[in-house]
Design a binder for this molecule. Structure first.
Ligand SMILES: [Zn+2]
Length: 61
């Protein structure tokens, strides 16, 4: 994913910063503990599509 695109993306809930996960399939908001999927290179910034981060993931990276 384009790093510049990541720069302008913010969490739809808290407007905080997002981080890409290691295999670049999700964008994580640590503040909310949510992972937003990236489908075909397009981030899906919908709370209804997000999954909760587990405890390990919240501490990861
Ligand atoms: Zn958030």
């Amino acid at each position: 994913m384009d790093p510049k695109l990541l720069d302008i993306l913010a969490c739809p809930l808290c407007k905080g910063p997002l981080v890409q996960n290691r295999d670049k399939t999700e964008l994580w908001c640590r503040a909310d503990g949510l992972a937003f999927p990236i489908r075909d290179g397009i981030p899906v910034m919908l709370e209804s599509e997000a999954r909760p981060l587990d405890a390990d993931e919240r501490l990861d990276g």
